[in-house]
Ligand binder design. Structure first.
Ligand SMILES: CC(C)(COP(=O)(O)OP(=O)(O)OC[C@H]1O[C@@H](n2cnc3c(N)ncnc32)[C@H](O)[C@@H]1OP(=O)(O)O)[C@@H](O)C(=O)NCCC(=O)NCCS
Length: 228
C-alpha cells in the first residue's frame, strides 16, 4: 500500500527520526517529564522524549492547538486520545530511531513500525505470537525476518486501532494474506471490524496501518470523497 493511497482514506502518516526531535522537550507536561526521568537508559529516555515531542508538535499542527496545551486521556488498555477532541484519532509508533504518527478525522487508526532485525529467532517468536496459519506461512517463506515483521506490524496495528493492545492475544489474530496493497479484513468478536495493510516504511523497517471498516472502505475505491 502506497502512502498516497492511504491518504485517500483521510489518514495522514508522518515519519520522522529521533534526531529531528532531539531538542529539549519543552512541550512536555510535568507528568511526561517525570515519566521520562524514570527510564534507566539514556538512549531509551532520549527516544521516548523525542517521540512525545513529535506527537505533541504534529498533533498541534493537525488540530491547530498549542502542542504544550494538549491533554491526553488514556484508556484502560493504554490507548491515548486527546481530551475533548473525540474528532481526532491518532496512533504513535516508535522503533529505534524511527517515529511514526498516523492522524485521522474519519475514525480510529492504528500504526505500527518495527526495525527489521535479520538475526532474530523468527521460528520461536512466531510460535509465541503467531497463529498456526501465520507460522506455516513464515516457515514456508524460509523464516525470513522481513516476512515475520510484516506479520508482527500488522498485528500490532490492529491491536492499536482497536485499542485492545496486548489485552488481546496476538496469536488469536490472523493477518493474512500478505498480498501487497490488499487490506485484510479482520473481525474481532465484540470489538469491531478492521482492515489492515502493510504500508511503505523507511528502509530497514516494516510498517502497517489499520483502520475501522468504515474509513477503510476507500482502500477499495469506495466513496472516498465522503470521508475527506
Ligand atoms: C501498543 C502495543 C501493542 C504496541 O507497542 P509497541 O509496538 O511495543 O510500541 P509502539 O511504539 O509501536 O507503540 C507504543 C505507543 O502505542 C500507544 N499505545 C499504547 N497502548 C495502546 C493501546 N492499547 N491501543 C492503542 N495505542 C496504544 C502509545 O501511544 C504508545 O506510546 P508510548 O509508549 O510512547 O506511550 C503495546 O501494548 C505493547 O506492549 N507491545 C509489546 C510488544 C510485543 O510483545 N508485541 C507482540 C507482537 S504482536
Amino acid at each position: 500500500m502506497e502512502l498516497f493511497e492511504l491518504e485517500q482514506t483521510g489518514v495522514r502518516v508522518k515519519w520522522s527520526t529521533v534526531d529531528q526531535w532531539a531538542r529539549p522537550g519543552t512541550v512536555l507536561s510535568d507528568a511526561e517529564r517525570v515519566r521520562a526521568d524514570r527510564f534507566h537508559f539514556e538512549q531509551d529516555r532520549r527516544r521516548w522524549v523525542a517521540a512525545r515531542s513529535a506527537l505533541r508538535h504534529m498533533l498541534g499542527d493537525y488540530t491547530g492547538d498549542d502542542p504544550a496545551a494538549l491533554v491526553f486521556d488514556v484508556s484502560e488498555f493504554g490507548k491515548p486520545s486527546i481530551h475533548g477532541r473525540s474528532d481526532v484519532h491518532f496512533s504513535l509508533t516508535h522503533s529505534h530511531e524511527l517515529i511514526g504518527l498516523a492522524m485521522s478525522r474519519t475514525g480510529p487508526v492504528g500504526l505500527d513500525c518495527e526495525r527489521i532485525e535479520p538475526k532474530i529467532d523468527v521460528v520461536s517468536l512466531s510460535d509465541e505470537i503467531c497463529s498456526t496459519a501465520e507460522c506455516d506461512l513464515i516457515r514456508s517463506q524460509g523464516s525470513h525476518a522481513a516476512v515475520f515483521f510484516q506479520v508482527w506490524t500488522r498485528k500490532e496495528a490492529v491491536l492499536k486501532a482497536s485499542g485492545l493492545g496486548l489485552s488481546y492475544a496476538p496469536k488469536d489474530l490472523t493477518v493474512l494474506p500478505l498480498d501487497d496493497g490488499v487490506p485484510v479484513c479482520i473481525e474481532i468478536r465484540g470489538h469491531g471490524t478492521w482492515r489492515v495493510c502493510s504500508i511503505e516504511a523507511p528502509a530497514g523497517y516494516a510498517a502497517a496501518c489499520c483502520l475501522g471498516s468504515q474509513a477503510s472502505r476507500c482502500w477499495h475505491g469506495e466513496d472516498s470523497s465522503r470521508l475527506r
